[in-house]
Write a protein that binds this ligand. Structure first.
Ligand code: AMP
Length: 219
């Protein structure tokens, strides 16, 4: 049966690292709205310019823009056995939009839909964001304080200069947490009420969280 996996959790809760690994493990596409929007900005398109003005403020990009990108991806042939969707939905309105998109793509075929919630102690997350760096080539995520590269600012694997996301500054990060608690956190109850919420403890090492994630995905 097709596996539709979506992920909830506050900024920097470790979803990106785990969902990247999960998509490789399952052989399903990793659809990450934040990265898709950053690619749109890098392309210099008008939509990218619009997205940037919201991302820089830590706010949600308008639903029309994100939904168009997601609908196209989810209808792709590569999603026919399943997908790993990271960063969408991020509001109740988007959750309803996702239901409509899935219905359109799947029709009456049975699917296994799981909303996996990364439950984590939020105090440490701001520091995870402010010190975060990533490799523009392989996507590996580092942290200047908690997981530094062997040579400062250089990827251990690719030997290229690490990048810091424009929205990973203290001011924007704080706004992203406000947006998360106001608009995204209510989705936990939304999916719980539907009986499709799976909560995992996201405190701990990458490998510990991975084991917990696999247990839920394979359940
Ligand atoms: P992320 O890479 O997931 O931390 O997302 C970075 C930024 O992209 C967010 O702070 C939002 O401004 C924007 N963004 C990502 N996903 C969505 C979404 N589903 N809806 C609206 N905006 C989004």
């Amino acid at each position: 049966m097709k596996k539709e996996l979506i992920f909830l959790g506050p900024p920097a809760c470790g979803k990106g690292t785990q969902t990247n690994r999960l998509s490789e493990y399952l052989g399903f596409p990793h659809i990450d709205t934040g990265s898709l929007l950053r690619a749109e900005i890098a392309s210099g398109s008008e939509e990218g310019q619009t997205a940037k003005s919201f991302i820089d403020k830590g706010q949600l990009v308008p639903i029309e823009l994100v939904a168009r990108i997601i609908a196209k991806k989810l209808a792709g042939e590569d999603c026919k056995n399943g997908y790993v969707l990271d960063g969408f939905p991020r509001s109740l309105e988007q959750a309803e939009e996702l239901e409509a998109i899935n219905k359109q793509v799947d029709g009456d075929s049975p699917v296994s839909f799981k909303a996996i919630y990364f439950d984590i102690d939020t105090q440490i997350l701001l520091e995870r964001i402010i010190y975060r760096q990533s490799c523009p080539v392989c996507g590996e995520i580092y942290n200047k304080k908690f997981k530094p590269s062997k040579v400062e600012n250089i990827c251990d694997k690719c030997n290229v200069e690490l990048k810091t996301r424009a929205d990973d500054n203290a001011e924007t990060a704080k706004a992203r947490f406000d947006t998360y608690f106001e608009q995204t956190a209510p989705l936990v109850k939304f999916y719980q009420d539907k009986g499709v919420l799976y909560k995992i403890d996201a405190n701990g090492s990458i490998d510990e969280v991975w084991e917990r994630l696999l247990a839920v995905v394979n359940s």
